[in-house]
Write a protein that binds this ligand. Sequence first.
Ligand code: TLP
Length: 344
Amino acid sequence: MKIIDLRSDTVTLPTPAMREAISRAEVGDDVFEEDPTVKRLEEMAAERVGREAALLVASGTMANLVCTLTHCARGEEVILGNRSHIFLNEAGGMSALGGIHPHTVSNQPDGTIRLTDIEAAVRGDNVHFPRTRLICLENTHNRCNGMALTPEYCDAVAELAREHGLKLHIDGARIFNAAVALGVDVKDLVRGADSLSFCLSKGLSAPVGSLVCGTREFITEARRSRKILGGGMRQAGIIAAAGITSLAQMVDRLAQDHRNARRLAEGVARIEGLSINLPEVQTNIVYFTLTGSRITGEQFLTRLGKMGVKTLLTEPNTFRMVTHYGIEESDIDAALSVIREAAQ
Ligand code: TLP
């Protein structure tokens, strides 16, 4: 039985071209800034997103943490969505390690936060309050149906940040999915941001790594934050080599993942006992809900697993499926047959 693993795009395996690039990678000690492959990846990343400089880090979580630690001092505050990955899924790193205070505001179903809500959350100058320092957005928005924030929305938040003397960070773990889905240059999605993180190890299929991008000055400080976190890596060209292949070869194919997600979503919509909001499926993430009361979410999850389809239960009856490299159209059709049977 072929296992169809739709839990996440983090399960992607390196491509043959990545393994080849890893085996040939020229390496050095990157803490001494002497790894030529890391430097090449960082330059390529910075250029790709229209920023002066970039820094390779171990994970998306580390990338976001490096950025919050670099922007904020202890006791300062970050405005971020209540469904954001930073708030929900990063073990409270900014407060645990940085003494930084998260101020959550509601994410709308499309991943945006209303400008009026952001503005209302900005603190006035008062001895009782933490100082607001940073706003964080997430694009695509994982827990908000993988939806893509538009350049216009990101610009509006950047403008608001500027008006209030705040910084803007974009958690762009899947920013290339957003750019491909919207048909825009990724530079236009991040042009107003003071920092941005994106992941190599999700839809772009590399085995490890994320990039932090910003001004040269910001990246110099971020390098220090990375060191504090124990994230200074030595012959990291082994990782960077795969990342270079990701940026060179794996971005345009995300459109195929989006088509597969669409096909999956349309199939799910035809299955009795399941409910899905089709217009919300824009990228490679599909959420649906079990509405019939015959079986529980846990039972449905177990049934799917036994029949070879791995998925995630994100709320009691809500499932997330993510398409990625290694999942073909035929796998989607096979998964739909299993889902249909399991929902009986
Ligand atoms: N998300 C993972 C899980 O942690 C939920 C996934 O399977 O989607 N930002 C966003 C928007 C993310 O979705 C993730 C990973 C991260 C940051 C963190 O990246 P890693 O896992 O590399 O630390």
